[in-house]
Ligand binder design. Structure first.
Ligand code: WQD
Length: 345
């Protein structure tokens, strides 16, 4: 990889964006520029990235829905060879409550970033998609070729529409090379304990809820339903360590820059291939932290799918990528991060 070339990251202060920046700075010669308006993240993250990597990241505080401002950034920055578009709202229950927020932000920002890529001749585009595009699926593990199911939430629908937009743009603009990475459930934190997910409001994702319950920020957590048709009645997900997800982005970039892609729109699942129930996740946490969690069984949550986990053959073979972190390690790094966050505040 050549020095001086730059990757533009949208949502660089966010959870997966920040972990990806670290992996790019530590494992490639690319420079990184970020665009993040801190709507769901903290500017402190860039100080932490510097602490870990020794490198300064330039960030533009810009709302991606503001096309005029966005174009100015692209005009200002030279040598961008690829864009990784992380920035989006991502909470399933919030999207059920505020669909307008999700449709407006997730779709407009994608269109604006894509238009800039075309206008400024940037060839490579990596999109944060989600396993939620599969909907409620009975055939597991789920493959990339499986057609979209009914979107169970507006969030999921924004990812389906996002992929369709990208497919159409790639078809109409052969110079554009796109990869959609379908994340399963990214969890855990950087091994240094210096960065991780910062839920600015009350968290709704399982692992931050677990760690906040353990530390006492949440008195009692709720397991959303134990009457699903699964081995212990609770929902099954494919939890994957955020650093494994981050590394997949570097592999995806190389896949495009080395011209290994077979078409100019490719899709890869990013999961471990192992389904874990909510109760199994809780048990893993209790074991590594040595803490009994205070939880109750509650009602099923709107927008939840019963069970989903990934078929991983395609991403392993094509991207030459594999996951390295176990469920226990995911929980351990999440817990270290929660303890560190708590020391600070
Ligand atoms: C996991 C499980 C809950 C909180 C996420 C992301 C989304 C997307 C897909 C991509 C569910 C249960 C949770 C709690 C619980 N991915 N739970 N008690 O809904 O699968 O969606 O993955 O990038 O962006 O948000 O993840 O962590 O919210 O829930 O019982 O307090 O934990 O019902 O079964 P979800 P989650």
């Amino acid at each position: 990889m050549e020095a001086g070339k730059k990757i533009l990251i949208t949502g660089g202060a966010g959870y997966i964006g920040s972990h990806t920046i670290i992996e790019i700075l530590e494992n490639t010669n690319y420079d990184v520029t970020s665009i993040d308006n801190f709507s769901n993240s903290s500017s402190k993250t860039f100080e932490r990235i510097k602490q870990i990597t020794g490198k300064e990241v330039i960030n533009y505080n810009c709302d991606l829905c503001n096309k005029v401002e966005l174009e100015k950034i692209f005009e200002n920055e030279n040598n961008i060879i690829g864009v990784i578009h992380f920035a989006a709202f991502k909470l399933v229950p919030e999207s059920v409550e505020h669909p307008n927020k999700y449709y407006h932000n997730n779709i407009n920002s994608l269109l604006n970033v894509l238009e800039c890529c075309l206008k400024f001749d940037i060839p490579d585009f990596i999109f944060s998609s989600s396993c939620s595009v599969y909907g409620n699926i009975s055939e597991l593990p789920v493959k990339e070729t499986t057609p979209f199911g009914k979107a169970e939430s507006p969030y999921a629908y924004t990812k389906q529409v996002g992929e369709e937009i990208l497919k159409d743009y790639a078809k109409a603009n052969p110079q554009l090379h796109v990869i959609a990475l379908r994340y399963f459930n990214p969890v855990g934190a950087h091994i240094s304990g210096l960065i991780g997910e910062i839920p600015l409001n009350k968290p709704s994702n399982l692992v931050p809820v677990i760690t906040q319950t353990a530390i006492g920020k949440i008195k009692q957590m709720t397991v959303y339903g134990n009457e699903y048709k699964t081995r212990d009645g609770t929902c099954i997900r494919d939890y994957i360590h955020v650093t494994d997800v981050a590394i997949a982005h570097i592999k995806a970039l190389s896949y495009l820059t080395d011209n290994k892609n077979k078409s100019n729109f490719s899709i890869f699942n990013l999961g471990t291939g192992t389904g874990v129930s909510v109760l199994e996740a809780i048990t893993s946490f209790e074991k590594i932290a040595g803490i009994k969690l205070n939880y109750k069984i509650g009602k099923m949550r709107a927008g939840d799918v019963e069970a989903i986990y990934s078929e991983t053959t395609l991403s392993k073979n094509e991207l030459d990528w594999d996951t390295r972190f176990s469920l226990d390690k995911m929980m351990e790094t999440a817990w270290t991060w929660e303890l560190n966050l708590n020391k600070e505040n």
